[in-house]
Ligand binder design. Structure first.
Ligand SMILES: Nc1ncnc2c1ncn2[C@@H]1O[C@H](COP(=O)(O)OP(=O)(O)OP(=O)(O)O)[C@@H](O)[C@H]1O
Length: 873
């Protein structure tokens, strides 16, 4: 800044006297920033930020390269949000000037964009100084701007920078399938609104914040918009606080710590700090880190050398400079690697636990703090005026320099949460919720205070969290808050509560000031003094020479000198970052943790003694490790997750199989049983039938046997009859023979009685009516009593019907006819030619004429041969 310009500027830390018409364009911001503050406040309670008016707009030509812009006063929060100050591109020096009317002029590099008039305006990553999304590294060679001119035009007050980050839906929310309830118009990165038709709320507000970070924003982008400015402010001597606020599992830890693939704000800040040192050759720095957690209202030093796994408890007290944390371990760091190691060891001690919503939930509030001391390396520039007083009241000497002392605090608040299913988690949750409630109350009181409302008491002391933040909240720091919300309707109430808190934060007014003092207590000053002393002593020793003891002392002094020098970081001495160095993730050794100041604070004898003690302790630990290993070897191997999952699957499949068994196999078994039963019944039935048929067959066999016997008997009888018939035939033939025509000797003589009988009982048949032939008489008498009779003196053969049948069948009828003439039957019916007995007549067998009789006789003969006696009649 040239002398002329300087003379126009108000001195540092002095409220710039702006005319009522003039208004600062941007909030107060450290001077060196590549990307000056972007947004104005959206809140009517911080009028300095947006109510400016520049009356006349000059063309670049008119302004000799400067563009004059007019900003109208914004009257509503919505209108205010539409004013966006574009950042100054890297490498371009900002020149903020006022014209004769005290109106603010900007060079073309500081562009003011009325977003309302350029609806399609799309800020690019480069425009906004964001880091590339795929590289999470901070620009290692940023162009440091001479920002003093710019800074001096700024307001004395600053609003909290409030960003809202909506995280992507998690698997549970995806399953609920309701999508994101928040809409974030792409052309307006300040506006957040509930999606139309969201159930369960009447909320219809436009939520306006400094930056809305939609779900696809990565940590690099979040850092660029919401943290980088504060980190660089801290390098410039401002206390800066960055914290994340939101319900549990909304993404606070992801935003601040991130992961190895997507580092969060803390690792990105560290990288940025060291890259700032590398690019600031005219200053030297000393960095110290501390890390504490607030768990169940107890403050625990996560870097304490106590060696315990939890860290030492700390207490707060009030001092002149505000709240002091007594005994907090601060460890000087020389490289990114040092810081990351400390972080890692602190994180190992942090309380995390699984809740119903987050498997690794932070159960405590955590504050990671880097204290930055820096001095100019150019003694000519910043030598304070001789006789000026130091903060302790001591008069400054010509050797004292102005030292900037500031802190960068990054706070991961535990998430506000609902009742959980675990008792321990509930107890923690009570403390967490209580402290967050107090924080809200404090914020609301501070907002009232900023609105000039009557506030008698700000309840900082009601919780340790607000006491820890008291210095920062009461205005001594620049604050950026990243409020994290879930995209899901499942968490709508909590998200709205978070946004209400964020809205309250916007009303808080800060009065952060750069702390640049001559402070002999500043560690960097002490180190420099010691370095100077050691150098002088060594120089003296060199000239004097000395014995062995002296030489050892010299060596020790030299070592100490080198150590001290290594603590003072300059653009030359600071290590270049080695991004591939995996050892960054390795926690420091316990010994190093236990004695952080080992190298430069303590005499060597003491150190040797402690080394010995450490060696003993190490031996003990090795024994313990061996014991634990042995114990581990005897333990049953826990099934790994995959096996457990597979087991569960098997159990499920078993259930399904049982189900199948019940629903499918059971009925089929029943059907089979039914079929088998039916088959068996049929078999039994058939067997019974077979048995009864066998009985029948046996009976039939018996019958056959019986019939066969009968047949045999009948055959016998037939044979007998045949022989008798043969006899008869022989007799007849004999009787018929001509030689014996008168010889009736073959015939049985008819007794007198028989003769009577024959005359009284007419024969049935009177065969052969001719006179020459003997007559054959067949009677219906079954008695085989052939008798000869001759009423006309002729021989008569009388046969019974049954005898006649057997006889005639064997007779030579032709011969018979020759012998006996025509067989005729006669009766006493109406035909006097034949004889028929009364019995036959009664049975209707009367023969009507002779011819018929002959035919009938032939027929009868045949029938007689085949038929039965009875049927014949
Ligand atoms: N922006 C994001 N992108 C991807 N994953 C995210 C994002 N934000 C959060 N997550 C994931 O959601 C889970 C919960 O996030 P995180 O632990 O950061 O929540 P939290 O707010 O810190 O919760 P708590 O208060 O319980 O500690 C983590 O698995 C994290 O990786």
């Amino acid at each position: 800044m040239d002398a002329h310009a300087r003379s126009r500027m108000p001195p540092p830390h002095q409220t710039p006297k702006l005319s009522s018409r003039s208004t600062p364009l941007v909030p107060k911001t450290p001077s060196h920033m590549k990307s000056p503050p972007l947004t104005t406040s959206h809140n009517g309670n911080t009028p300095h930020h947006t109510s400016g008016s520049i009356s006349h707009v000059l063309s670049p030509k008119e302004g000799g390269g400067s563009t004059r812009l007019k900003i109208k006063s914004a009257t509503t929060p919505e209108a205010k949000s539409r004013l966006l100050v574009k950042p100054i591109p890297a490498g371009v020096k900002a020149q903020m000037q006022r014209n004769s009317n005290n109106e603010l002029l900007a060079t073309p590099s500081v562009r003011l964009v009325n977003r309302a008039k350029t609806p399609n305006y799309e800020p690019t990553l480069a425009d906004e100084g964001w880091m590339s999304a795929d590289s999470h590294q901070v620009n290692s060679n940023p162009t440091m701007m001479d920002f003093d001119d710019y800074e001096n035009e700024m307001a004395e007050t600053e609003a909290v920078l409030v960003s809202v980050r909506v995280r992507p839906p998690n698997p549970v929310e995806l399953r609920s399938d309701a999508g994101c309830v928040w809409t974030m118009p792409e052309h307006d990165q300040h506006l957040l609104k509930l999606a139309k038709g969201t159930e369960g709320t009447r909320e219809d507000r436009d939520w306006i914040f400094d930056r809305i970070l939609p779900p696809h924003s990565d940590n690099g982008r979040v850092y660029g918009t919401s943290a980088r400015r504060h980190v660089r402010s801290a390098m410039e001597g401002y206390n800066a606080v960055i914290f994340a606020y939101g319900q549990t599992a909304s993404g606070k830890t992801h935003t601040l710590s991130g992961s190895s693939s997507e580092p969060g704000i803390i690792p990105l800040s560290i990288t940025d700090l060291f890259s700032q040192i590398r690019s600031t050759p005219d200053r030297e720095f000393l960095l110290r880190a501390s890390y504490l957690e607030l768990y169940n209202e107890t403050i625990i030093d996560l870097l304490s050398p106590s060696g315990s796994s939890t860290g030492a408890e700390l207490h707060l007290s009030e001092g002149k400079k505000g709240v002091i944390i007594n005994g907090l371990t601060e460890i000087a760091v020389r490289s990114e690697l040092d810081v990351k190691r400390l972080l890692r060891s602190g994180e190992d001690r942090r309380k995390v636990g699984a809740t119903d919503w987050n498997s690794r939930s932070s159960r405590s509030h955590c504050v990671f703090r880097i204290t930055i001391e820096s001095r100019s390396r150019n003694s000519a520039v910043e030598e304070p005026p001789i006789g000026a007083r130091t903060p302790g009241g001591r008069l400054k000497t010509a050797g004292d320099k102005m030292t900037r002392i500031s802190t960068l605090s990054i706070i991961d608040l535990a998430g506000s949460e609902k009742h959980t299913s675990s008792k321990e988690r509930n107890a923690e949750g009570k403390h967490i919720n209580q402290s967050l409630l107090t924080l809200k109350l404090v914020i609301s009181k501070l907002a009232d205070l900023a609105s000039k409302r009557n506030v008698t008491h700000v309840p900082y002391r009601d919780s340790k969290l607000t006491r820890l933040l008291q210095n920062s909240l009461s205005g001594d720091a620049l604050i950026s808050v990243i409020c994290t919300v879930s995209p899901s309707h499942l968490n709508l109430a909590e998200s709205i509560s978070t946004l209400a808190f964020a809205q309250g934060l916007k009303r808080v007014v800060l009065k952060a000031q750069k702390k640049e003092v001559v402070d002999p207590q500043a560690l960097i000053q002490q180190y420099q003094n010691e370095i100077a002393e050691l150098r002088a002593q060594l120089l003296e020793k060199e000239t004097v020479g000395g014995n062995k003891n002296e030489r050892e002392k010299n060596e020790a002094m030299e070592k100490r000198l080198n150590e001290l020098k290594s603590m003072i970081l300059t653009s030359v001495t600071v290590n270049s970052p080695d991004m591939n160095d995996n050892t960054a993730m390795v926690p420091p050794s316990p010994a190093k943790m236990k004695y952080p100041k080992l190298e430069y604070d303590r005499p060597s004898a003491e150190l040797l003694e402690e080394l010995h003690a450490e060696q003993l302790h190490r031996a003990e630990l090795e024994d313990e490790v061996a014991r634990l290993k042995a114990e581990l070897a005897t333990r049953p191997i826990e099934p790994n997750k995959e096996i457990v999952t597979l087991r569960n699957e098997v159990a499920e499949l078993r259930l399904i199989a049982d189900d199948y068994e019940r629903h499918l196999l059971e009925p089929s078994r029943k059907v089979r049983a039914d079929v088998e039963k039916e088959f068996n019944d049929k078999m039994k039935n058939l067997e019974n039938q077979l048995d009864s048929k066998k009985i029948w067959a046996n009976r039939l066999d018996e019958n056959v046997r019986f019939i066969t016997q009968e047949n045999k008997a009948l055959e016998m009888r037939c044979k007998e009859a045949e022989s008798k018939v043969t006899q008869i035939i022989e007799f007849i033939n004999l009787a018929l023979s001509p030689s014996n025509s008168n010889d009736h000797s073959g015939l049985l003589p008819i007794s007198e009685e028989e003769s009577d009988y024959a005359s009284s009982t007419p024969p049935i048949f009177n065969i052969n009516q001719s006179d020459e032939l003997p007559a054959l008489v067949v009677t219906d008498d079954f008695s085989p009593s052939p008798l000869m009779m001759g009423n006309n003196g002729k021989s008569t053969l009388t046969l019974s019907a049954s005898k006649m049948r057997a006889t005639f069948s064997q007779m030579d009828l032709a011969n018979f006819n020759d012998k006996f003439g025509t067989l005729s039957m006669s009766g006493r019916g109406n035909n006097n030619n034949g004889l028929i007995n009364k019995q036959q007549h009664n049975r209707g067998l009367g023969i009507s004429n002779h011819k018929m009789l002959r035919e009938e006789s032939n027929f009868a003969l045949a029938e007689i041969a085949a038929g039965d006696d009875d049927e014949y009649y």
